[in-house]
Design a binder for this molecule. Structure first.
Ligand code: C5P
Length: 414
C-alpha cells in the first residue's frame, strides 16, 4: 500500500479521548497520521499521547516554533490525502463555514485541497442549533462529508444526538473515503463491471391489511442502495428495485419502486432475465394478509385473529430459473448458528454467494451505514471486518465477477 497521509484535527470535546483509538488504529493499518490539536483539545488529551500513538510530531499551535515545517498550516494541508476532524465541535464547524483561520487547525483547513471528513460531537442543543445545522449544510455543499453523531446520554448529562461516532465507524469511513479517491484517480482505466447488468433489490415490503394499515419490517434499504451505488461506480448498468424507503436514488441507477412482495416478485422476474448479477438484499415479508380489505377495518372484539398466506420465496424462484452465466446473491440475517443456517439457506436456494449477518452484532444490521458480515460461497467462507455498506457492496460485486469468470472458464474447458 502506498502510504497515505491523514491529517486528523481534534477539537475540544470530552470525546477527544476517542481520537486516540482512531490514531492508533490508522497507524497500525500503515497510514501516516499527523495530528493537529486545538488548544482546548490539548487540555483534554496531552499532545504526547498522540505523538506516542502516531510516532510523529503533533501540532498544537501555529507559532510555537517547535516544528520542522516552517509554515505548518500550509505544509500539513499540502501533505494530506484526507483531512479528518474528529471530534468536530460547533466552533470549528462555524469557523470553517465562515472561512476564519485564527489557529493552526482552522488555517490548515482553509489551505486544504483534499477531501474533508468531519465527525461532529457536542451537546444536543448545540448540534440542533440552526447556526450549527446551517454551517454543516454550507460545508456539505462545499464537498465536506459528515459522519453523523450518535444519540444517547451525553457527557453533559443530557440525552439526545451529539455523541461522537465510535472510532471503528470513523476509521471505516476514512478508509472508504480514501478508497473513493483511488477510484476517482483510476477513472481513466476501464471499469471492472462495464458491460455488466446488475439488478439489486432493497428495503422492506409492505403488505396491506386495508387502506391505512400494513405489515412490514425495520429494513432501511441502506445496504441494497449502497450495493447499487457501488455497482454504478464500477460501471455496471444498474437497476435498483426498491421497497418503500426514504433514500435518494444513487447516481446513474435506474430505480423501480415497489410496495408488496408480489410487486417485488414481478419486477425481479422481469429484470432478472437480462441480468448478469442478481442481488436480493430486500427484506421480504414472508407472509401477507389472506384478505386485503377495501375499506378501513372497524375495531370490534377484544382480540383479533388474522389469517396470513405465505409470500413467494423470490430468491428461491430466481435460483430455480437462473442461467449458467448468471450469478445470484442472497442475504441471510440470523440470530443464532449464523454459519450453519446461512450455508443451508445458500444451498437450498441455489445461490452462488450468500451475505450473512447477525442481527445482534454491533455495527451490523438495519439502520447503520456500516456492516459486519460473512461472505459465503459453496466452497469458501470469509468473515469480513466492519466496513461501510458501500465498501461491502463493492466486495460483493467483485466477488460475483470472479464467480462469473470461474463459471466461464469452467464452461470453456468442457
Ligand atoms: O429465508 P430467508 O428469508 O431468511 O432468506 C433471506 C433471503 O431470501 C434474502 O436474500 C431475501 O431477499 C430473500 N427472500 C425472498 N423472498 C422471501 C423471503 C426472503 O426472496 N419471501
Amino acid at each position: 500500500m502506498e502510504k497515505k497521509t491523514i491529517v486528523l484535527g481534534v477539537t475540544g470535546s470530552i470525546s477527544a479521548f476517542k481520537a486516540c483509538s482512531i490514531v492508533s488504529s490508522l497507524t497500525k493499518k500503515g497510514y501516516a497520521v499527523d495530528v493537529i490539536l486545538t488548544r482546548h483539545a490539548a487540555a483534554f488529551v496531552p499532545p504526547l499521547t498522540f505523538a506516542a500513538l502516531s510516532h510523529r510530531d503533533v501540532y498544537v499551535d501555529e507559532f510555537d516554533g517547535t516544528h520542522e515545517a516552517l509554515i505548518p498550516h500550509i505544509e500539513l494541508a499540502r501533505r494530506a490525502d484526507l483531512f479528518v476532524i474528529a471530534p468536530a465541535d460547533a466552533n470549528i464547524l462555524a469557523k470553517a463555514a465562515c472561512g476564519i483561520g485564527d489557529d493552526l487547525l482552522s488555517s490548515a483547513l482553509l489551505a486544504c485541497m483534499c477531501p474533508i471528513l468531519a465527525a461532529p460531537a457536542m451537546n444536543v442543543h448545540m448540534y440542533e442549533n440552526p447556526a450549527t445545522q446551517t454551517n454543516i449544510a454550507t460545508l456539505a455543499k462545499r464537498g465536506w462529508s459528515f459522519i453523523e453523531p450518535g444519540e444517547g446520554m451525553l457527557a453533559c448529562a443530557e440525552t439526545g444526538k451529539g455523541r461522537l461516532a465510535e472510532p471503528e465507524e470513523i476509521v471505516a469511513h476514512i478508509e472508504s473515503a480514501l478508497h473513493n479517491q483511488e477510484e476517482a484517480s483510476a477513472a481513466l482505466e476501464p471499469l471492472p463491471l462495464a458491460g455488466k447488468r446488475v439488478v439489486v433489490s432493497a428495503g422492506p415490503t409492505q403488505e396491506a391489511l386495508d387502506p391505512v394499515r400494513f405489515l412490514s419490517n425495520h429494513s432501511s434499504g441502506k445496504q441494497g442502495f449502497a450495493i447499487a451505488t457501488a455497482a454504478a461506480k464500477l460501471g455496471a448498468d444498474t437497476v435498483l428495485v426498491a421497497g418503500p424507503v426514504h433514500l435518494p436514488t444513487p447516481e446513474n441507477v435506474k430505480r423501480i419502486d415497489i410496495v408488496s412482495a408480489l410487486d417485488l416478485e414481478k419486477a425481479m422476474k422481469e429484470q432478472a432475465e437480462s441480468a448478469d448479477f442478481i442481488i436480493m438484499a430486500a427484506a421480504v415479508a414472508d407472509y401477507r394478509f389472506a384478505t386485503t380489505h377495501e375499506q378501513k377495518m372497524k375495531k370490534s372484539g377484544d382480540t383479533l385473529t388474522m389469517e396470513f398466506v405465505k409470500s413467494p420465496d423470490i430468491l428461491r424462484g430466481l435460483g430455480q430459473t437462473k442461467r449458467d452465466d448468471q450469478v445470484l446473491c442472497g442475504f441471510a440475517m440470523e440470530t443464532e448458528n449464523l454459519d450453519a443456517n446461512a450455508r443451508e439457506k445458500m444451498l437450498s436456494k441455489n445461490c452462488d454467494l450468500l451475505v450473512a449477518n447477525n442481527l445482534h452484532t454491533q455495527g451490523a444490521g438495519f439502520m447503520t451505514d456500516t456492516n459486519i458480515v460473512t461472505l459465503m460461497t459453496p466452497d469458501s467462507l470469509s468473515h469480513l471486518p466492519l466496513q461501510t455498506k458501500e465498501e461491502l457492496g463493492r466486495k460483493i460485486l467483485l466477488t460475483m465477477l470472479e464467480i462469473q469468470k470461474g463459471k466461464h472458464d469452467h464452461a470453456s474447458v468442457h
